[in-house]
Design a protein around this ligand. Structure first.
Ligand SMILES: NC(=O)c1ccc[n+]([C@@H]2O[C@H](COP(=O)([O-])OP(=O)(O)OC[C@H]3O[C@@H](n4cnc5c(N)ncnc54)[C@H](O)[C@@H]3O)[C@@H](O)[C@H]2O)c1
Ligand SMILES: O=c1ccn([C@@H]2O[C@H](COP(=O)(O)OP(=O)(O)O[C@H]3O[C@H](CO)[C@@H](O)[C@H](O)[C@H]3O)[C@@H](O)[C@H]2O)c(=O)[nH]1
Length: 337
C-alpha cells in the first residue's frame, strides 16, 4: 500500500490502522511537514509526489497494489496568501500520482479531500452537509482539493479505475495508545493551540471572529477523531464505488461545536482556564461546516468510536504531555531530510 504523505498527522495514524489490518504501508513523503519518527509500520521513501518518476519507481520497488494520498498543503489561512503553491501541491501532486498509477497498472486511489470543498453553506441554519450539497469553495485550499477530486473522478471514468474521496471535516485528537499525534510545525489548528494556551506553554489563544451568524458568534466545525478517520481509510480500500468508479464520502460526527465550545472542553481537560482574546475573522473561514456522514456510514459500514469532544481533547492532551511530542520528531525529520 503506497501512503503518500504518510509521515504526517492523519497519514501516520492511517499507517497504524493499515498495519493492524495486515497491510504494509509504504510511506512516500518529502518530510516537508511530516516526521520520520511517525513512520513505524513500514518503509519510508523520501520524495516529492510531484515527481512522477520517483513515485512510479517507489510503486515498482515495493510492488504496491493501491494508493492512499494524503500529501499536500493543508492550511486554509495560508492558502489565501499563497494560492499558486496550493494549486501546485494539491493538484499537480495528484496528477503525478495518477500518472504513476497508470504506469504501474494500479486501480484504486483513496484521496484526502475536505469539507472545504463545500465553501460557505450559510449561517447558523444548522443544516448538515451531505455529499450532494453544492461545492462552491471559498478559499484556494478548497478549490485545489475540489479540482483534484474532479481530476480523480475523470481519471476513473477514462481509465476504468476506482477512486474514493474522503471529505474530512476537522481532524482532531491523537492515537489513544499514545504512539503518535498531531505535530504540525508551525501549528495552526485550534485544539493543539488551545491546549498550549491552557497549559501556559504557548501564547493566549486568539478566537478568529465572534461576529458570525451562529448562536455564540464563533465559527462552528465538526471535530472527528483521527483514529476514526484512519479506520475509514482502511475500509475505503475495498468500498463499492458504483458505475462511475468514483465516490465522495463525508467523514464527520454530524455534530457542530463552536470555537468557544472547544475552548471549554480544553479547560475541562486541563483543569485550568484557557486564556483567549477575540480577534478578527481569519480570511477564508466559513461560519459553519457540519457533516451529514450517513453515506460514509452506509458505504464503509463506519461507526466512529470517539463520540465526544471531551474524549477527543483527552487524547490530544495526553499526546501533548507525552515525552514523544514535538521537538524529538522534528529533529529526526530534519536529520533524514
Ligand atoms: N488536518 C485536517 O483537519 C484535515 C481536514 C481535511 C482534509 N485534510 C487533508 O488531509 C491530508 C493530511 O492532512 P494532515 O493534517 O495529516 O497534514 P500533514 O501536513 O500532517 O500531512 C501531510 C504530509 O504530506 C507531506 N507532503 C506535503 N507535500 C508533499 C509533497 N509534495 N510530496 C511528498 N510529501 C508531501 C508532508 O510532509 C506531510 O507529512 C491533507 O491532504 C489535508 O489537506 C486534513
Ligand atoms: O488560533 C485559532 C485557530 C483556529 N480557530 C478557529 O477554529 C476553527 C478550526 O480551525 P482550524 O483548527 O485551523 O481548522 P480549519 O481551518 O477548520 O481547517 C481544518 O479543517 C478543514 C476541514 O474543515 C481541513 O480542510 C483543513 O485542512 C484543516 O486544517 C476555525 O473556525 C478557526 O477560525 C481560532 O479561532 N483560533
Amino acid at each position: 500500500m503506497l501512503v503518500a504523505g504518510g509521515a504526517g498527522y492523519i497519514g501516520s495514524h492511517t499507517c497504524k490502522a493499515l498495519a493492524r489490518a495486515d497491510f504494509e504501508p509504504v510511506v512516500f513523503d518529502d518530510l516537508s511537514n511530516g516526521h520520520a519518527d511517525a513512520v513505524r509500520w513500514g518503509p519510508l521513501v523520501v520524495g516529492d509526489v510531484r515527481d512522477s518518476a520517483a513515485v512510479s519507481a517507489c510503486m515498482k520497488a515495493h510492488a504496491v497494489s493501491a494508493v492512499i494520498h494524503f500529501a499536500g498543503l493543508i492550511e486554509v489561512g495560508r492558502s489565501m496568501h499563497e494560492p499558486a503553491l496550493f494549486w501546485d501541491y494539491n493538484l499537480n501532486g495528484v496528477a503525478s500520482v495518477l500518472a504513476a498509477m497508470r504506469v504501474n497498472g494500479l486501480n484504486r486511489i483513496v484521496f484526502s479531500s475536505t469539507a472545504a470543498v463545500y465553501g460557505q453553506p450559510g449561517g447558523d441554519s444548522g443544516e448538515l452537509l451531505d455529499e450532494d450539497a453544492p461545492t462552491v469553495p471559498i478559499n484556494p485550499y478548497g478549490e485545489s482539493k475540489l479540482a483534484a477530486e474532479r481530476l480523480i473522478a475523470a481519471h476513473c471514468r477514462a481509465h476504468g479505475v476506482q477512486g474514493v474521496a474522503l471529505r474530512y471535516f476537522n481532524a482532531s485528537g491523537a492515537d489513544p495508545e499514545g504512539e503518535i499525534g498531531e505535530a504540525h510545525q508551525p501549528e495552526s489548528h485550534l485544539i493543539p493551540l488551545a491546549i498550549e494556551a491552557s497549559l501556559g506553554l504557548g501564547p493566549r489563544l486568539t478566537v478568529f471572529g465572534r461576529d458570525f451568524s451562529t448562536p455564540d458568534g464563533a465559527c462552528i466545525r465538526d471535530y472527528i477523531h483521527v483514529a476514526d478517520l484512519a479506520e475509514a481509510h482502511v475500509r475505503a480500500l475495498d468500498a463499492p464505488v458504483g458505475d462511475a468508479g468514483f465516490v465522495a464520502l463525508n467523514l464527520g460526527l454530524g455534530r457542530g461545536l463552536s470555537v468557544l465550545d472547544v475552548i471549554s472542553a480544553v479547560s475541562r481537560a486541563t483543569g485550568r482556564a484557557t486564556p483567549f482574546t477575540v480577534g478578527p475573522r481569519r480570511p477564508g473561514d466559513p461560519a459553519v461546516l457540519v457533516a451529514d456522514p450517513s453515506r460514509a456510514r452506509a458505504v464503509l459500514n463506519w461507526r466512529p468510536a470517539h463520540q465526544t469532544i471531551d474524549d477527543i481533547v483527552a487524547t490530544a492532551l495526553a499526546w501533548r504531555l507525552n515525552p514523544r511530542f514535538g521537538p524529538a520528531s522534528a529533529t529526526s525529520a530534519a536529520r533524514v531530510a
